[in-house]
Design a protein. Sequence first.
Length: 121
Amino acid sequence: MVETIARVRREHAKGKSVGAIARSLKLSRETVSKYLRSGETAPRYERQVQPYPQLAVFQKDLERLVEENDRQPVRDRLDYLGFFKRLQAACQPTSGWGPSAFPVQRYRAGAPPLQAASRTR
């Protein structure tokens, strides 16, 4: 990829148009323009929003569990497996199916902690 960015810049310095560079390197014009605009030497991709498709049905229950858990003393807080087991127990009777443990782990890793002011009892 670094070579591609360097090649795009070399071709542009020679006077080639964005469209011509895109055709010759089999890239989109948007990608070529992005490489020319940025000062980066390596492409980066950062996901703006982490989707949780498997957890969509359980999102409200999981958010409630996270809120309750963040209010607990540190020693009594659940890890992701604790969340998973509680969520599974709460959802199994109604749907007969629950989420797998990995999406719960990913969700919990990305869940923001409650603000200190809202932790009052």
